[in-house]
Write a protein that binds this ligand. Structure first.
Ligand code: S3P
Length: 200
């Protein structure tokens, strides 16, 4: 687990009380957002929402079909609306699709209403997990490993804007859940200290 550098993140994190904010998992496909999110929600006794599933329910079609029929731009628009709606709901754990956090408006809303947690994983872990299923439209054409590397190059600097960064390796999802819970607890106690310091 690694939070952002002190100067950039320590004070900002301390000033934010994540206690009543929706926990938003971001990261590349295959990072484990849905699997970790479901377990994290159970551990924290919070509802779990998956933005991709919500899009599938709202459109009554699978994501590959949505991409095929309406194209990526329409998907991104739907994704932005669905996440904006979910962020209005009471506190929950929200798994987002890998491209969601790349949208500036979605990032702004998450910064305002949520706590973004980037599940960071390396290419080997991502590639291995993605190859287990054939449901990612972005990996349907071309060389999937190269596509994933390109997406990592484009997206990792943006995912790094998340409030908390947690490494997601090859091990059991429970380990990642524990790391997230302790990262949240750390930022909560920093917030508490900060608040006390401000009141003195
Ligand atoms: C996408 C990731 C997918 C899904 C869509 C686009 C992306 O979600 O939203 O296929 O742009 O990386 P997962 O990250 O849950 O696979």
């Amino acid at each position: 687990m690694k939070s952002k550098p002190e100067a950039e993140d320590g004070v900002a994190a301390a000033a934010v009380d994540y206690g009543n904010r929706t926990i938003v998992l971001v990261g590349l496909m295959g990072a484990g957002k849905s699997s970790v999110g479901r377990r994290l929600a159970a551990a924290l006794n919070l509802p779990f929402r998956d933005a991709d599933t919500e899009i599938e329910t709202a459109s009554n079609m699978t994501i590959p079909d949505f991409f095929e029929l309406h194209g990526e731009a329409a998907f991104r628009e739907g994704e932005r609306k669905v996440i904006a709606r979910l962020l209005e709901e009471p506190r929950h754990v929200l798994a987002t699709g890998g491209g969601a956090f790349m949208d500036p408006e979605t990032r702004r809303l998450i910064a305002e209403k949520g706590c973004a947690i980037w599940l960071r994983a390396d290419l080997d872990v991502i590639y291995k997990r993605c190859m287990k299923r054939n449901n990612r439209p972005l990996l349907k054409s071309g060389n999937p490993r190269e596509t994933l590397q390109r997406l990592m190059n484009e997206r990792y600097p943006v995912y790094a804007e998340a409030d908390i960064i947690v490494d997601s390796g090859d091990g059991p999802h429970e380990i990642v859940v524990d790391k997230i819970i302790s990262a949240l607890a750390t930022s909560a106690s920093e917030g508490h200290l900060h608040e006390n310091a401000g009141n003195e």
